[in-house]
Design a protein around this ligand. Sequence first.
Ligand SMILES: [Zn+2]
Length: 187
Amino acid sequence: MKILLIRKDMPIPDDFTPQLFEVSSGLFMDRCAAICMRRMLYAANSCKIKLHIISAYRSPQRQKELVDEDIRINMLKGMSRESATAYTLKTLAMPGESEHNAGLAADLSGADCRFDLSQEFEKTPEFRWLMANAYRFGYILRYPKDKTHITGIDFEPWHFRYVGAPHAENITRRKISLEEYLSYCPK
Ligand SMILES: [Zn+2]
């Protein structure tokens, strides 16, 4: 399986269209990612770990709405449009530059951190379970704490990316980022 690297400087190629498959009610991912996500949630549940998908596939249009909305809220808080935009783009990608737009990533959370997407998630049993098991289902923690200089994205303990089990195992065991695995040098 060829791994698609998606970043600010590597948008989703025009010829890639996700084959959307429902992963849980109203939430979709690309087919293989969805099937493996379902298996992962099922396996977690059988270990009494309740993971919830907060966000999965987002259309580029939806991504644009989220970006615009976040900028608007930042401006309401008193920021200029320029700094509001810069602040928003720290946590949200532009349409076509998010793994969510490809249906290859999901944001996960649990009751212990009130289903928030926050760094608190790192301290939960759900996160520990994911760190020990996600690779078996083809998922990696995409934005680790010690790789922010390479990924260009803050630590996101909730964001898991599907790359397929053999790659995920390799990346997880070697404790490297997807960029390092693909020998990609950020510009
Ligand atoms: Zn995410």
